[in-house]
Write a protein that binds this ligand. Structure first.
Ligand code: ZN
Length: 59
């Protein structure tokens, strides 16, 4: 599964592209949290992001 999810800092849209499909702003590649004590939290966060992508039809 590809994990190269970029995030637009302008409208917070998640996309696979380096440019936001909504507003054309450059997107960033959010650094995933380190997998240690917050592993469980990271998993929840990924799940939330996945749901958001599905809602926006980007997944
Ligand atoms: Zn945007």
């Amino acid at each position: 599964m590809a994990e190269k999810i970029h995030k637009c800092v302008s409208c917070t849209t998640y996309t696979m592209n380096e440019k936001c499909p909504n507003c054309g702003e450059a997107t960033i590649l959010p650094r995933p949290p380190k997998f240690s004590l917050i592993d469980k939290y990271a998993a929840l966060k990924r799940e939330a992001q996945k749901r958001e992508l599905i809602e926006k039809g980007l997944y």
